[in-house]
Design a protein around this ligand. Structure first.
Ligand code: SAH
Length: 219
């Protein structure tokens, strides 16, 4: 079978944005245009290319997944970015969510505990010419204190509770999205008020891979 050409993939991407993202209520023009632009098919394993624009997560190796497109759109919109911000992402994975954020934010700091995934994502993002992305291989529970505070934090693996260092690294007035729980998970919207108080609100039932601790680094 011939490989799908770029024109066909661009058409599939447009349909993904219209029917999976816009039709389900994501309206932020920055998010929609970022998702129209980022070539999701470059973030999935070659044998899954045909499925890159479908309405579900896909395996990316090491027991991990690239999130469903709608979840990426929904979480990015919930960050309420207006452009130029400094954002922290925990769970780089394929780097797809990273690229969507990099289209909008001024700088994206992203951490994954699996170094092979960080290397592969770094290569992909470099090929696509993203110059505002900074990656590291580490346990995301600690955040990235050297670059804190952040204007937004997005976590794409599920911890048992919102990690305290991440709350500390959120700027007053900023928002964090984090899936919390084990068998049943809720996406939690964390808001740091201007006076520094932190509010947590569950906004959507979700299913993410668990966030690992340093001692269970290997599957
Ligand atoms: N945002 C990704 C999806 C990531 S899947 C994408 O768009 O492709 C979740 C990722 O979280 C996996 O890559 C996994 O290795 C990573 N992860 C799990 N526990 C972690 C931890 N403690 N610190 C950092 N990353 C972690």
């Amino acid at each position: 079978m011939d490989l799908p050409d770029e024109e066909y993939l661009a058409e599939r991407r447009e349909q993904m944005v219209r029917f999976q993202i816009e039709d389900r209520g994501v309206t932020d023009p920055l998010v929609l245009s970022a998702m129209r632009k980022v070539p999701r098919h470059k973030f999935v394993p070659a044998h899954l290319l045909e499925n890159a624009y479908n309405d579900y997560p896909l395996p990316i190796g090491f027991g991990q997944t690239i999130s469903q497109p709608y979840i990426v759109g929904y979480m990015t919109e919930q960050l309420r970015l207006s452009g130029g911000e400094k954002v922290l992402e925990i769970g780089t994975g394929s780097g797809y969510q990273t690229a969507v954020l990099a289209e909008i934010a001024g700088a994206v700091y992203t951490i994954d505990i699996i170094c092979e995934l960080v290397d592969a994502a770094a290569r992909r993002l470099e090929e696509l010419d993203y110059k505002n992305v900074f990656l590291k291989c580490a346990d995301g529970h600690q955040g990235w204190p050297q670059h804190a505070p952040f204007d937004g934090i997005i976590v794409t693996a599920a911890p048992g509770a919102v990690p305290k260092p991440l709350k500390d690294q959120l700027k007053p007035g900023a928002r964090m999205l984090v899936p919390v729980g084990e068998l049943s998970q809720e996406l939690i919207l964390v808001k740091k008020r201007p006076d520094g108080r932190v509010e947590e609100e569950p906004i959507l039932p979700v299913r993410f891979v668990p966030m690992r601790s340093e001692r269970e680094k290997r599957p």
